[in-house]
Design a protein around this ligand. Sequence first.
Ligand SMILES: Cc1ncc(COP(=O)(O)O)c(C=O)c1O
Length: 376
Amino acid sequence: VPSIFTRMTDLARRCDAINLAQGVPDFGPPPELIDAARRAVDGEAHQYPPSAGSSALREAVACHAREVYGIEYDPDEVTITAGATEGLWSSVFALVEPGDEAVVIEPAYELYPACIAAAGATVKYVTTEPPEFRLDLQAVREAVGPKTRLLIVNTPANPSGACLGRSDIKAIGEIAEAAGAVVISDETYEHIYFDRASHVPVAADDLCRTRTVTVSSISKTFSATGWRIGWTLAPRALTERIRNVHQFVVFSATAPLQEAVAEMLQVSIAGDYFDRLRRDYEARRGAIKRALERAGLDPLLPDGAYFALAQVAGDDVDYCYRLIEESRVAALPVSSFFHRPTPERGLVRFAFCKRLETLEEAGDRLSGESAGRIPK
Ligand SMILES: Cc1ncc(COP(=O)(O)O)c(C=O)c1O
């Protein structure tokens, strides 16, 4: 079945709508990354790189963890993957067997239940609710049982924007340890957060460090969703299991792009790229707020990631279909991120990884000042 992302994106294209449904930037990567890629393509890296990833990139990823977060990883604990998607997929396949259970916090990125099911395991859901999507740790304890092998968390989270704090992370580590389970922490949006001093990686907690697979990628950090470069960071024994799957899934990520990303990561660690990215996203978050308010909506602004949510009257799926047809703006129904779709929640997700002029035009269309009118 095509995912709701695919269906909304197809309809958006047919209706010539502004696509705020898909979390794809409508701007390019930083010029330094493009330059580095040009140099890499002119260089030597054209044949299979090591399956685990080029040593330059594994070192850069370990350096990033050390310099940005103060977490020590050996490059042998880093595996370069084809985006976070493959990192998640290979990790889940490495860590669960048919009949096992995995705990997922919802609303959840739809990849998690899909790969857990494909690996033959069962998902146990812990539901969080708007507006704060606060994690109920008691509900996590109750979801864990003797068959639990995995807890998947996502911070900052898609679609809720919720960020885990240190006390939640500490509790998750204790719950995982008591269950003998591993934590997979999807930190794809690690550099996009608001109104807080820093992102808190799950592995910053000492107990979690020993039993966590952190997954991230360049998709959001370097606005390069099409490059398909990501990574996992995990203790050696877990890394070995992940690499055993990864070698038979894609063998490796693209060789020259790994070299370019290694360079860009080092430049970013030494310079102010991450701060500039965050400032740009603050401006975009302000622009989506104004756009939704002009349309008479009351947006819930995220603590992290790049999605604003808005409560609408009635069924969120119907609303999104009507929004495309009547206002020519595409958004996503948040009910599709829950295992039991509850369209009556009436919550809609607007991706704001777009140029300011795109967000302004979306505001014009949503408020009826440009062709289109927001559904009542
Ligand atoms: C929470 C989350 N994890 C992972 C991914 C996939 O990332 P990648 O492009 O690195 O495969 C996405 C993409 O939207 C995401 O939202």
